[in-house]
Design a binder for this molecule. Sequence first.
Ligand SMILES: Cc1cc2nc3c(=O)[nH]c(=O)nc-3n(C[C@H](O)[C@H](O)[C@H](O)COP(=O)(O)OP(=O)(O)OC[C@H]3O[C@@H](n4cnc5c(N)ncnc54)[C@H](O)[C@@H]3O)c2cc1C
Length: 362
Amino acid sequence: MRVVVVGAGYAGTIAANRLAKKVPDAEITIVNDRPEFVERVRLHQQTTGTGGAATPLSSMLRKGIAFRLGTAVKIGGNQVVLADGEQLGFDYAVIATGGSVHPIPGSIPVGTWEGARAAEGRLTALQDGGDVTVVGGGLTGIETASEIARSRKGLKVRLVADEFAAGLSDGARRKVRKSLEKAGVEILADRIVGISQGRGRDVVRLASGSAFESDVTLWAVISGVSDFVAQSGLAVDERGRALVDRFLRSEGSPNVFVVGDCAAVPGARPSCATASPQGAHTADNLRRISRGKDLEPYSMGYVGQAVGLGGMNALMQLVRSDDSPRNLYFSGFFAAVTKEIVSRYAKFGSRTAIYVWRKGRI
Ligand SMILES: Cc1cc2nc3c(=O)[nH]c(=O)nc-3n(C[C@H](O)[C@H](O)[C@H](O)COP(=O)(O)OP(=O)(O)OC[C@H]3O[C@@H](n4cnc5c(N)ncnc54)[C@H](O)[C@@H]3O)c2cc1C
């Protein structure tokens, strides 16, 4: 069985490692556009210099898996085509190219490795008294603003959000808002419509008509899917995510599985808590194929949603299996420890292929 995995994030790495473990004679090639495994859940720490997000892929992949450094640009006729023209033939492909960002011009996206490094450089160079604007009221924006405010107390931090912590319960949302305010973050309920340059600073214009100046403007909205899926020729939904059946196979391409942020699984939230089980489940299904068995439908249920509030402070929102928030959450040091354990478990699962998850309605 020849299998090509495209994308070595949480979903792709666990899929390749678990398949190598369970089907030792499978010929597995994994393609990634950089030689590191990037823990995207730690990009806000990379941005502030409070933690590193990259690990060499050579230490993450099992022996026997071929690694190809490159960018996949197309899939078709049982071949994955790379930007340099190389074609990788497969019997089965696993597409795991993740999400992407569409920053407003003039801002730096913190949801990508390159953006997080660029932001880190700009923040390091910024003197106390400087202004930092974080755009986005989702978990990435909240984590980024909190981490900056707690680690660089001399900076003025502003969070611009037209929606704030939408996935949390009312009580948890209030708690997160209070924590940001306590850390000195100013929260503006507005939407950025443009950024221009004036006297060496960003001039940020808002939908409400007002404007302000900022030294560094960080885009913390994860709003899209990797370009590969759109270009690949696979069937996609209106958000550009690949349409999949209940076995996570691309609609119309039964030997192509799609997992993680780039798959349109109804009810799934873009997260490592989603990517890891989807990658693991696909490896298990490829093993079933190798043994002539029927495929098992994918099933998972959520447990919680964590949001970092800077340093050793976090909030853990408990959720129902379908990811709707319960009126239950905890915060503080214990929540930060829980979040750290969850982040480590996701990386451990990708590296060792040892991963168990709750079954449920997703
Ligand atoms: C700041 C931040 C904080 C977060 N916090 C949390 C959290 O606390 N909990 C949580 O569950 N989730 C969190 N997330 C979301 C989580 O990180 C993602 O949902 C998760 O990384 C998705 O995994 P994936 O394997 O689908 O994609 P990714 O981890 O994005 O991996 C995709 C891989 O594919 C590669 N790739 C892309 N295109 C190509 C191509 N054409 N050719 C070759 N390689 C390609 C990429 O370089 C990357 O290595 C956070 C995200 C951010 C940005």
